[in-house]
Design a binder for this molecule. Sequence first.
Ligand code: SF4
Ligand code: SF4
Length: 431
Amino acid sequence: MNAPTVTRRPLPVALAGTPLAQEVAGLDLCVHCGFCLNACPTYLALEDENDSPRGRLVLMRALAEGTVALDDTGVGTHLDRCLGCRGCETACPSGVPYGALLEATRATVAGVRPLPWQARAILGVFGRRPLLRSLLAVLRVLRSSGIASLLSRLPGRLGQANAMLASTAPALPPRRGTATRAPEASARESVALLTGCVMHGLFGHVHDATRRVLVTNGYTLSDASGQQCCGALHAHAGDRDGARTLARANIAAFEQSGATFIAANAAGCGAMCKSYDHLLSDDAAWAARARAFSGAVRDTSELLAAAGPVAGGPLALTVTADNPCHQQHAQRLVREPALVLAAIPGLDVRALEDADQCCGSAGIYNLIEPDVAARVLAPKLVAIVATGAAFVVSGNPGCHMQIGAGLARARRVQRVVHPIELLDASYGRRD
Ligand code: SF4
Ligand code: SF4
């Protein structure tokens, strides 16, 4: 595959004042070396340079310089197909801020090329808490009644959506009771849990486990009421105003909690909250508050790593860990999630080939671009099955549902679990 021909034109950009114009310096860092190509799931799946990081950066430059119209559908297709996984960022030796460039480009394009109606409908629901909570309540009924599992056998998007929903049912027996600080744990800071939207509605058992393991490791819990969706779906889709509105609501909610740290147990939400400082950097009323907020956000694995974590009781399970992109690429966390699993005696952790590759979930991507998402997922499923592990570990709800649905629709028996669920189950063995 040949590298694209790059025509350098003088900056400043033609689209002064747009989000892309504000980020355009990042484009200059790209030296077109191509080291990112094999880290890009869409390039590997589609074998088109325009669907690679290097190719998309060339397209972004063309948009920024005005040599291609913002509403060019061909360019839009290649940008839409990007997962936003940021695997290219960790592979890039030049420090190209790809994620920020992608979000800025999508926000700029969204001004002239409306999002597909499906995306607008989903983002509209996620931006309205009462509506979202009602929808999630209905989804819980579909899940607990077994209807979702039944409908997951249907072909197409309906079957896929129901398989995703069915995969959110707890895979481990519930652990009852309240946790207390382990005798060997020191008293630590106060923490408020980022409850989020899908995590709150469909992964309440993971939130319960998170609260217990934090207490076991010496943290005290604070309540941050009034939280909203983190806004990641909106920011990644180009709805920057929607993301900002949600960010301000969350900052206000956590300020009143008085907590030292904000704990995120969903990698995508944690990465988004850590970027509120960037999202609101040009908002004079909120910039300092956003910086303080982002500085306090921690992935739960970071808090646990700082505390040890406390070792659990024996748990004789075979697992393989898939690293969520927004944990390893966006937050650069690899050691901390590994420490969580290492605190579980007896756990048989099997290496997963290409664990650093995206699974194709990417927020609402697998609902908007189902064909590409399925092609990206296919090698991941093969690698998971090859490990022979009974459980796949993932610390992100989108990845959980994408992989869980893929396994179920391939008639595989493996289940997906959150690493904190495993640690919590292990703590249950030491009580
Ligand atoms: S690795 Fe970085 S510098 Fe090289 S082509 Fe990719 S984005 Fe550009
Ligand atoms: S974010 Fe992921 S899908 Fe998009 S260009 Fe980078 S590696 Fe490829």
